[in-house]
Write a protein that binds this ligand. Structure first.
Ligand code: ATP
Length: 327
């Protein structure tokens, strides 16, 4: 089955991620390639509600493949969560004569897209883009690889200070519900311990581990903590640990928003280009209410309902690797 699309809207929604620009570029150019008019919607669903819709062409997306963030801007819109807000969004979409939408964002954005399609019959395809890599149906989300490299770069620098002063550094990275960033960067940076939401082992375990590191001759340590990897703040954790192990001088670094920024890695640019092209193709082939992802290096479609409700499990073998390489 094919679908005739004359005008297609593209927007970025939720938290920004490096590679969103490359994804917009791919969508716009895939449209032009297929004879579809591409429209950029500024500021996500908020821009749809406020009718910030602009006709684009292949040149509108020149010189952005290498830039972080999203030139269309992203937003979190409370109004879109209401049926009145979505009604206004639909009316603007109809005034602009848009036949279909590509939504680049995270699972929240797909939840909004699924409701919008169900209510108004507008075909939508999602492109997974979030640094957390926590979306079911794809091995990688756009922005994750760049975020990993940003964290590794920062922790390498912190290690120089840690080793120069015999300090114990806690580095908090993003990942409220998923420890993919912490686990992978922890291995990549040679962290002594990695605290992730999927495997909370408690302070006693941490103390035992540090004591055995000390006996093994380690004089400084780096502990990677996912935002949700500890029940409480990382500052409280550092204090609690100093109380129990007074010989340790602890420091805390919260990497925060630097993890979202920066030029996308080559991996993210290629992923974004593949997924952007695949999203337009998918809509033209008559599919919708799905997310395009990459599994085992092939493009795969996942229903929004599944992408929203399911979660990728952490790779248990990586936990074992982390334990082995940190002795
Ligand atoms: P990130 O993973 O970076 O947080 P996200 O896409 O999950 O990205 P959210 O803030 O959860 O980010 O969602 C983005 C926007 O999608 C929301 O601000 C809201 O406008 C819309 N949205 C999310 N959930 C719903 C919903 N249940 N109904 C309608 N709209 C929704």
């Amino acid at each position: 089955m094919t679908r005739e699309i004359c005008r297609l809207g593209v927007l970025t929604s939720g938290g920004d991620a490096p590679g969103m620009n490359a994804a917009i570029r791919a969508v716009v150019r895939a449209c032009v390639y297929q004879g579809i008019k591409p429209y950029g919607i500024h500021e996500g669903y908020k821009g749809l509600i406020n009718s910030q819709i602009e006709l684009m062409n292949a040149r509108s997306v020149a010189n952005i493949v290498h830039q972080g963030g999203t030139f269309l801007k992203s937003a979190r819109s409370q109004v879109f969560r209401t049926s009145d807000g979505r009604q206004r969004a639909f009316e603007n979409l109809r005034s602009a004569d848009l036949d279909a939408l590509v939504v680049i964002g995270g699972d929240g954005s797909f939840a909004g897209a699924a409701i919008f399609e169900e209510e108004f019959g507008v075909p939508v395809v999602g492109v997974p883009s979030t640094i957390d890599n926590d979306i079911f149906g794809t091995d990688y989300t756009i922005g994750y690889d760049t975020a990993l490299n940003t964290v590794v770069d920062a922790v390498d620098k912190i290690r120089d200070t840690a080793t120069s002063h015999n300090r114990l550094f806690f580095v908090e990275v993003m990942g409220r519900d998923a420890g993919f960033i912490a686990l992978n960067t922890g291995i990549g940076c040679g962290a002594e311990e990695i605290l992730i939401p999927e495997s909370d082992q408690g302070i006693d375990y941490l103390i035992q581990s540090l004591e055995s590191s000390g006996r093994a001759g380690k004089t400084s340590s780096i502990i990677l903590v996912a935002e949700g990897g500890w029940n409480g703040s990382v500052f409280e954790l550092a204090k609690a640990l100093e109380k129990r192990l007074p010989d340790y001088e602890t420091r805390v670094t919260v990497l925060g928003h630097i993890q979202r920024g920066g030029r996308p890695s080559c991996f993210d640019r290629v992923l974004a280009s593949r997924l952007g092209v695949a999203a337009v193709k998918t809509l033209c082939e008559g599919e919708s209410s799905v997310m395009v992802g990459v599994r085992n290096n092939a493009i795969e479609l996942t229903q929004f309902t599944e992408a929203i409700s399911k979660h990728n499990a952490i790779d248990e073998t990586l936990l074992e690797v982390a334990n082995i390489v940190s002795i």
